[in-house]
Design a protein around this ligand. Structure first.
Ligand code: DLZ
Ligand code: SF4
Length: 509
């Protein structure tokens, strides 16, 4: 055997650079289901099943090409249970001349692979639109770069929604202001449902195994309908651009009871496992078969070529010490209800319910409900990331860490975003119907009916005054805080202390 090519769970791309020069007569592939990846933090069953089913289907696709694929199933008694020992076992048995692997999406995994003998040949992952070297060079040229700087550069470089004279299509680079419409009192217009995929025999075997091997994990496997093959992934993409893209932009930030998906694409899972390529995703959206308005097309393109590539660049530029940052000195663990949804706070109960049922919550539920409450409460940012990794089917370290520790928790001190996404219950009230069904009142910050978000919001601003009062983008927020009388603020802070104590008494995980 010349090369043993390692393929990890989030590298399911037949055009992967790991296969460059692959010679079926002399090379073989190794894929491994390992217990460590599914249990180093407890994980949603749906997430585990999604990875394993997609991996088994991918191995099948390679075998159909006539390639040799060594595949370790999780419940194989020989399975060593972690990447290092399982790869070593295969090295002993197969005696390859060398190992080849794509740069993993998780610093921890890369570190483990680096200590193997023979040392693997790492190949750059060309799934992404901006290489880590290009990002570092761009950061050098733009020392104060924010996401928007990077996004505009990517638009120009890829010639996307840019006119001949270099100006942005529609006269603006960003239509974010047109992405914030709620649903009013009447609720959302009819929501075209996401495509569902019936489990085949491979998936059914995985579902059985996950239920058997991880009985105590959170989440549910009934109605498993996720896209686990490239064909499924392409169908999910097509379904989104044909049916939900037109209203995606307008209602990007809105929430509604019982609606986990609304007009979102829900393709982050297959995209992050590389069943889809970001270039084809952007092409499908620009192709725009349903004639979606520019605020939808631009808003979606921004997520894929801007946000997604930007946070990946930050991850590789800043790791490994990024994971340990805690700029706001937040010390609390995650409240227990994040695993159960058992809370009277209706917005959180809904978002956590979606997370448990679907291993999914959309962008604004993650940022402005789940992330926001942890930020205001003062939860350790790395714990928020761990929870995020364990609950969502689409999370990989490179995207989850900057998204939670950086963007939603400001633990990185302003690398991903220059100001915290801090808001009170009034924001949630404007963007959803949750407050109407909640026993708390988003307008009140003290007393029995006070909304915990609102109490903790003022408390957060007061606690971090030194850091943020001089931030121009937070001027209005601090002007409002300063309008409060001393006695009122003292009462809010007292109530916030009570909330922290009560949540601690209810138990943390
Ligand atoms: C998330 C995950 C899970 C649950 N299981 C596996 C696995 O058994 N085998 C595997 O190769 N990858 C798995 N993954 C993804 C990894 O945790 C990690 O995100 C990637 O290896 C990073 O490239
Ligand atoms: Fe959430 Fe507060 Fe609204 Fe209740 S009142 S749903 S806790 S924001």
């Amino acid at each position: 055997l010349r090369h043993l090519v390692l393929v990890l769970g989030d590298q399911l791309d037949e055009d992967s650079a790991a296969f460059d020069g692959f010679d079926p007569a002399r090379d073989a592939v190794l894929m491994m289901e390992v217990r460590e990846e599914a249990s180093y933090i407890p994980q949603n069953k749906r997430r585990i099943a999604f990875f394993f089913s997609a991996m088994r289907h991918f191995a099948e696709a390679l075998r159909r090409r006539g390639w040799t694929v060594h595949y370790s199933e999780l419940d194989d008694p020989e399975n060593a249970g972690a990447f290092g020992p399982e790869i070593s076992r295969h090295i002993r048995a197969l005696k390859p001349g060398g190992l080849v692997v794509l740069e993993p999406g998780d610093w921890r995994v890369g570190d483990a692979l680096r200590s193997l003998k023979p040392a693997p040949e790492f190949r750059e992952d060309r799934h992404f639109l901006c290489s880590t070297a290009e990002f570092t060079e761009f950061s050098r040229q733009h020392p104060r770069m924010v996401m928007e700087t990077f996004y505009r550069a990517m638009r120009r470089r890829m010639d996307i929604l840019v006119e001949r004279d270099g100006s942005p299509a529609g006269g603006a680079w960003n239509f974010d202001a047109d992405n914030r419409e709620g649903f009013g009192r009447g609720g959302p217009p009819p929501v075209p449902p996401t495509r569902r995929f019936r489990p085949d025999d491979i998936t059914l075997a995985v579902l059985d195994m996950v239920e058997r091997e991880f009985p105590g994990s959170p989440g549910k496997l009934n109605d498993f309908d996720l896209p686990v093959t490239r064909r499924h992934a392409l169908a999910a993409l097509r379904d989104f651009v044909e049916h939900r893209l037109p209203l995606f932009g307008r209602h990007q930030d809105a929430m509604w009871t019982g609606q986990a998906f609304l007009f979102h694409s829900v393709i982050s899972g297959p995209l992050n496992l590389h069943l889809l390529n970001p270039r084809e995703v952007v092409e499908a959206v620009l192709d725009n078969p349903a004639n979606a308005p520019l605020n939808a097309v631009e808003g979606f393109v921004r997520q894929v070529i801007g946000w997604r590539e930007f946070v990946r660049g930050i991850y590789w530029r800043e790791m490994p010490d990024y994971a340990g940052r805690n700029a706001l000195d937040a010390t609390l663990p995650m409240p227990r209800f994040y695993w159960t949804g058992e809370t009277e706070m209706r917005c959180l109960a809904q978002a956590i319910g979606h997370t448990i049922d679907h291993a999914y919550a959309h962008h604004i539920e993650r940022l402005m409900v789940l992330g926001l409450f942890a930020l205001l409460l003062g939860v350790k940012p790395y714990d928020v990331h761990r929870w995020h990794m364990s609950m969502f089917w689409d999370a990989i370290d490179w995207v989850s860490l900057p998204n939670t520790l950086g963007m939603s928790q400001q633990g990185d001190g302003g690398v991903v975003g220059t100001k915290p996404y801090a808001a009170s219950g009034n924001y949630i009230n404007r963007m959803s119907d949750h407050c109407r069904h909640c026993r708390f009142d988003p307008k009140q910050s003290v007393g029995e009916d006070a909304c915990p978000f609102t109490t903790l919001y003022w408390d957060f601003l007061a606690r971090h005054r030194k850091r943020y009062a001089g931030n121009l983008r937070m001027r209005n927020q601090y002007a409002n805080l300063d309008r409060k009388e001393g006695a009122e603020l003292a009462a809010i802070q007292e109530q916030a202390r009570g909330l922290r104590a009560r949540l601690t008494a209810e138990g943390f995980l």
